[in-house]
Design a protein around this ligand. Structure first.
Ligand code: FES
Length: 104
């Protein structure tokens, strides 16, 4: 397990996904108020960037902009078709005002 700094809360706009590269991984970071969620930035349906999609802050889901599949930001599980497989999800730690993503 390794921790990687991805900035501070104010680097992210609530409800607006942002692509972040950490080592060789491309991630999508989503802030909803004081919570931060990180998934692989790759839809499990057809390898499309989830950072291009829209966030539903009420349900805590992100929509793939290509075919509309919804993913739960809390665990990466697909909520609607056409996606049927989850997207990898990573925990985020708040450490002295810094955000650290936990990569396995
Ligand atoms: S590529 Fe994401 S739903 Fe098809």
């Amino acid at each position: 397990m390794t921790l990687h700094d991805i900035g501070v809360l104010d680097d992210y706009v609530s409800g607006t996904p942002r692509q972040v590269r950490v080592l060789d991984r491309v991630l999508v970071v989503v802030r909803i108020e004081d919570d931060v969620y990180v998934l692989d930035d790759r839809c499990s349906h057809e390898d499309y960037s989830l950072a291009e999609g829209e966030v539903n802050v009420d349900t805590c889901e992100i929509e793939c902009a290509r075919h509309g599949a919804m993913f739960n930001l809390k665990d990466g599980e697909p909520m609607t078709f056409p996606a049927t497989r989850p997207v990898a999800h990573y925990d985020v730690l708040h450490n002295d005002g810094r955000l650290e993503v936990v990569l396995l």
